[in-house]
Write a protein that binds this ligand. Structure first.
Ligand code: SF4
Length: 438
C-alpha cells in the first residue's frame, strides 16, 4: 500500500497532457499564429496527426469529451466535409516537406461514422501526405462496433485500437450510463486481434458510483483475462458544475478521497501482479508492448493523447476542438462544430485560442513531462520557488532533491501530479477546473 497523505492530495491538479495546460489558452492566439507555426516546421520533420470525431452513438454520463449524439446523418456528413477541407488546407502548407509518423482517430467515437466515411478519410490522408511509415490508431466504442469495421480497419493498416470499457460490472455500468456486456468487449477484442491489430488498450476507471474493492477486483480480473496489451486506469473526476451531463450521476454514491486512493493502489498492485508494467502514473502495458519498451528505455513522452512513445515534436489536431502542439505554441480549433465547419469550408484554419510557449514554459514543461514519464528530472535549480514548494513532499520521504535533480521515490507515484504541479506557476487560478490528484 502506498503511504496516504491527504493534505498532499488535497489540491486539484491538472493531468498535464501539455504545459501550459489548456486552462491557460487565450483567444488572443488565433489562426495566424497557427499558420506561422506551420511555416516553421522543418523539412523532413516527423509530424503526428490527430483527427477528432466529436460524435457518439450513445453519450455516457461521466464523459468530459467534446462530443454529441450521432443521430443526424446530415450533420455528420457536413462535419466530415469540413474535416476533408481541413486536411487539404493543412496539406497545402506542409505536405511537401514532412512525413507523418502517427495518425490517431479519436473523439467522441470514430466508429460513430460509417465505415465508408472512415475509409474515405484514410484514403484522403494517404493521398495528401507521406503516410507510408505512419502508425495508425483508433478509439472505438464497443457498443457501436459493427462486424464490417474489422475489414475496414485492416485495409486502413490500423495497428492500434483503444476500447472504452471503464467497468465490467453491470450495476456500475447502469450508474454511469454505459451498459455493455462482457461478451461484447471480448468479441470486439477477438475481432481486432483476428486482423493483426497488435496493440489493444482498454480504458478502465476507478472512483465510480457504487464501486468498491470487490467490484474493482472483478473488473480488473475480467480485463486481465482478455489480456489487452495496454490498460489505462483513470480516476473518475466528478465535476458536474463543469460537465452538466455528470449531474445524472449520484454524487452521494462516489467513494471518498481515501476510497479512491485505496482503489488506485489496489488496481496498481493487481496489474503489477498480473505482470503488467506500470507506465507513467496511470497506464500499464505488457512488457513487450511498445509503450512499456519506451518507458524502460527512457523514451516515454506525454502529449494530448496521454502517455505515448511518439517522438514527433509537432502534433497537429484536425477537427472541432482539436489541439495542436508545436515547440513554441499550442492551439485549439473552434469547439463548436458549426463554427468549425463555417471557417474551414471558407478555406481558413479554425483556430479559436491557444498559448505561446515561452522558453521558460518549455523548460518547466520538460521538467513536468520527465517527472510524470520517468519519475525524475534535471533542471530544478532554475526554479527556486518550485523547489521551496517541494518541502512537504521531501518531509514525507516522497522525493529526493539535490542541487538540480529531482527524483520521485518508489512510494511517490500517486503524488506525481501534485509534485509536478510545483513547477506550474499558473496554478493560482480556480482549482475547480481540475481533478483530484488520485
Ligand atoms: S463513447 Fe466515449 S467519447 Fe462517447 S460519450 Fe462515451 S466516453 Fe464519451
Amino acid at each position: 500500500m502506498w503511504p496516504y497523505y491527504p493534505e498532499l492530495l488535497a489540491r486539484p491538479v491538472p493531468r498535464y497532457t501539455s504545459f501550459p495546460t489548456a486552462a491557460e489558452f487565450r483567444d488572443a492566439v488565433g489562426s495566424s499564429d497557427h499558420e506561422a507555426a506551420l511555416a516553421t516546421v522543418v523539412p523532413g520533420a516527423a509530424v503526428s496527426l490527430y483527427l477528432h470525431i466529436p460524435y457518439c452513438e450513445q453519450i455516457c454520463w461521466y464523459c468530459g469529451c467534446n462530443t454529441g449524439a450521432a443521430n443526424k446523418s446530415a450533420r455528420l456528413a457536413a462535419y466530415l466535409d469540413a474535416l476533408h477541407a481541413e486536411i487539404d488546407l493543412l496539406a497545402g502548407r506542409i505536405s511537401d516537406r514532412v512525413r507523418i509518423s502517427r495518425v490517431a482517430f479519436g473523439g467522441g467515437s470514430p466508429n460513430a461514422i460509417d465505415t465508408a466515411a472512415f475509409g474515405r478519410l484514410v484514403a484522403h490522408l494517404n493521398d495528401r501526405f507521406d503516410t507510408g511509415d505512419a502508425v495508425l490508431s483508433v478509439e472505438l466504442d464497443p457498443r457501436g462496433y459493427m462486424p464490417e469495421w474489422t475489414d475496414v480497419l485492416a485495409r486502413a493498416r490500423v495497428t492500434r485500437a483503444s476500447l472504452g470499457v471503464q467497468t465490467f460490472n453491470p450495476s456500475v455500468q447502469a450508474k454511469i450510463g454505459r451498459v455493455q456486456p462482457t461478451n461484447l468487449i471480448a468479441e470486439v477484442t477477438k475481432e481486432l486481434r483476428s486482423v493483426g491489430i497488435e496493440s489493444i488498450n482498454f480504458d478502465l476507471m476507478y472512483g465510480l458510483p457504487g464501486q468498491d474493492l470487490p467490484e474493482l477486483f472483478d473488473s480488473l480480473d475480467q480485463a486481465i483475462a482478455l489480456r489487452p496489451e495496454r490498460l489505462a486506469v483513470f480516476g473518475y473526476a466528478h465535476v458536474p458544475h463543469l460537465i452538466p451531463r455528470q449531474k445524472r450521476i449520484d454524487g452521494a454514491e462516489l467513494p471518498d478521497q481515501f476510497g479512491r486512493f485505496r482503489q488506485a493502489a489496489f488496481a496498481h498492485h493487481l496489474l503489477v501482479k498480473a505482470r503488467y508494467q506500470p507506465v507513467g502514473f496511470d497506464h500499464f502495458a505488457l512488457p513487450g508492448d511498445g509503450l512499456a519498451v519506451a518507458a524502460r528505455e527512457g523514451r516515454l513522452r506525454r502529449n494530448f493523447q496521454g502517455f505515448t512513445e511518439d517522438r514527433a515534436e509537432v502534433l497537429i489536431g484536425l477537427g472541432a476542438s482539436a489541439i495542436s502542439q508545436f515547440p513554441g505554441l499550442l492551439t485549439q480549433n473552434e469547439k463548436s462544430a458549426g463554427r468549425y465547419r463555417m471557417r474551414t469550408l471558407a478555406g481558413q484554419f479554425a483556430t479559436e485560442r491557444g498559448v505561446l510557449r515561452t522558453a521558460e514554459d518549455q523548460a518547466r514543461g520538460r521538467i513536468i513531462e520527465r517527472l510524470l514519464c520517468h519519475g525524475a528530472a534535471d533542471g530544478a535549480a532554475r526554479f527556486p520557488a518550485a523547489r521551496a514548494s517541494l518541502d512537504p513532499f521531501a518531509a514525507a520521504g516522497l522525493i529526493a532533491l539535490d542541487e538540480d535533480r529531482l527524483e520521485l521515490t518508489d512510494r511517490a507515484l500517486p503524488y506525481a501530479r501534485a509534485i509536478a504541479a510545483c513547477f506550474d506557476p499558473y496554478r493560482q487560478v480556480d482549482p475547480r477546473r481540475f481533478s483530484s490528484a488520485v
